[in-house]
Write a protein that binds this ligand. Structure first.
Ligand code: ADP
Ligand code: MG
Ligand code: ZN
Length: 504
């Protein structure tokens, strides 16, 4: 059931948005956060467990040094202050997927605080504007296990006959990155949110601390949104949980702006609550009303010693940070020789990596750009997916470009080949064979089509004869159409002019 909504642009003319993002990242460490269990994904259920991560009485945790290092590196990359001393805390609550009945987390003493990330956000006309997203904290905690509800139609607990729990994920190191409230995003809170998560993902990937796969849950996002009348104090926020793709981050903000605006307009209040995002509809439904921090009875973890990163070690980590993705991008774009405008368009479309990969596979930069910003961007839009998720690879695009350069495909035919690849008909060469797409330059075959075109348009033919050579374009078009785009346009043009006795 969908709630009333005010269209996004209209809502943002009437109200000012504030957004806040909480991002969870599963670290790619070899072992778990507080025990030596294997932290890899995909094993038989409950084979990666031990007394510590099962919370058995008397078991004692030990902090994973590599997880601390990764978290400090994330903090440094986000320009945070690194605590010289901090502790873990127990966050107490009962949930079947959490065997200890508390989560070892950080509360008032996070490892990293007060940073920022600059992100590029699309503006009208294809360029980008830099927006600074303030970071409140980066802290370290542990992931929970996974429940599986069996016997119902939906896989949810309602209607299930029984539930199973897999504790392999319990205790995997999880970093939470929380932004400060971001005000002033004007008409583009959803775009800013998406740009932030995209940039953050690239930073994390560059650091090599996680495989950052949103679809597998190693990067997940909670999206906070509130609206206020212009100049008024910030409104009450809702928190949409576990948004699992970049596109969904944007959609979750958008639908929440639309929903809250309708409520506010009708004089209703916004309930502070968590909401569940539904991929299929792009809408969210109400979850639980928000618990207070006091409900968790946080207290410092008595079984772990405090963490006190040595400033010299932190300085070494800082010196070893990789180049920021934004700097790397600028360098890569420079090497492609494309314009500022192009680079902004590629970044906004999520196509830069794809263009780079297509160039690496042998295509000229301009051709790679044209494909990914043109027909492929359109296809992605139409299918509601990111260009990277289209069923065509940069190698395949480069192959199509190469075949056109050899002269075996016209641009029109190349489009048909790409359509075939996108439709799952196989790689470019396979599609060309199966669809019988090849340039026809055999003059014998083309002559018949040329004669037909001349007979069908005597007016155009006369024009060309009388010296208006440009009119030959219509005749070339007619031949191309008759040959389903397979004629070599250069040969057709020459044949037409020869027949009409005109030389250029
Ligand atoms: P919780 O644990 O309740 O989710 P956190 O502090 O972890 O609280 O995260 C709250 C998030 O909501 C932060 O990103 C914060 O910046 C953001 N936030 C706080 N107030 C607002 C508001 N009025 N509108 C939108 N976002 C907000
Ligand atoms: Mg939270
Ligand atoms: Zn364990």
């Amino acid at each position: 059931m969908s709630e009333p909504a005010v269209p996004y642009a209209e809502a943002l003319r009437e109200f000012e948005p504030v957004i806040g993002l909480e991002t969870h990242v599963e670290l790619g460490t070899a072992s778990k956060m507080f025990c030596g269990c294997d932290a890899s994904f995909g094993a038989e259920p409950n084979t990666h467990t031990c007394p510590v991560c099962l919370g058995l009485p008397g078991a004692l945790p030990v902090v994973n040094a590599r997880a601390i290092e990764s978290t400090v590196r994330i903090g440094l990359a986000l320009h945070c202050d690194i605590a010289s001393w901090c502790r873990f805390a127990r966050k107490n609550y009962f949930y079947p997927d959490m065997p200890k009945n508390f989560q070892t987390s950080q509360y008032d003493e996070p490892l990293c605080t007060d940073g920022y990330l600059d992100v590029e956000v699309p503006v009208e006309g294809g360029t980008a504007e830099t927006v600074r997203i303030p970071i409140e904290r980066v802290h370290l905690e542990e992931d929970t296990g996974k429940s599986l509800h069996v016997g119902g139609a939906t896989g949810r607990i309602h209607g299930a006959s029984h539930s199973l729990v897999d504790y392999n994920r319990a205790g995997i190191p999880l970093v939470e990155i929380v932004t400060k409230p971001v005000a002033g995003t004007g008409a583009r809170p959803a775009e800013v949110a998406k740009a932030y998560v995209t940039e953050l993902r690239d930073v994390l990937r560059g650091l090599g601390v996680s495989d950052v796969r949103m679809e597998q849950g190693s990067l997940r996002c909670d999206v906070n949104v509130s609206l206020n009348p212009p100049g008024a104090p910030w409104g009450t926020r809702s928190e949409t949980k576990n948004v699992n793709s970049l596109r969904s981050v944007e959609r979750a903000v958008r639908s929440e702006v639309e929903r809250q605006a309708a409520r506010l307009r009708a004089g209703q209040r916004i309930v502070q609550e968590t909401r569940h995002f539904h991929e299929d509809s792009g809408l969210s439904t109400s979850g639980r009303s928000k618990e207070e921090a006091t409900d968790y009875r946080y207290f410092p973890e008595p079984d772990l010693v405090p963490v006190a990163p040595d400033p010299e070690w932190v300085a070494e980590l800082r010196a070893d940070l990789p180049e920021a993705p934004s700097v790397l991008r600028r360098r890569q774009i420079g090497s492609l020789g494309l314009s500022e405008l192009d680079s902004a368009a590629m970044v906004n479309a999520g196509a830069l990596d794809l263009v780079l990969a297509t160039v690496a596979a042998g295509a000229p930069a301009a051709e790679a750009r044209n494909w990914w910003l043109g027909p492929l961007a359109q296809a992605a839009n139409a299918g509601g997916v990111e260009p990277a998720d289209l069923p065509i690879t940069p190698d395949q695009v480069a192959r199509v470009v190469a075949i056109v350069a050899e002269g075996s495909l016209t641009p029109g035919l190349a489009r048909q080949v790409v359509e075939g690849v996108l439709a799952g008909e196989g790689g470019p060469d396979q599609v060309i064979r199966a669809r019988g797409l090849a340039v026809v330059s055999d003059e014998g075959v083309l002559a018949a089509a040329v004669d037909e075109a001349l007979a069908a348009s005597p007016d155009a033919a006369d024009k060309v004869r009388s010296g208006k050579v440009a009119a030959v374009g219509a005749l070339v078009g007619a031949v191309m159409k008759a040959t389903r785009g397979q004629a070599d346009a250069t040969v057709v043009r020459r044949l037409l002019l020869e027949r009409l006795g005109v030389s250029e």
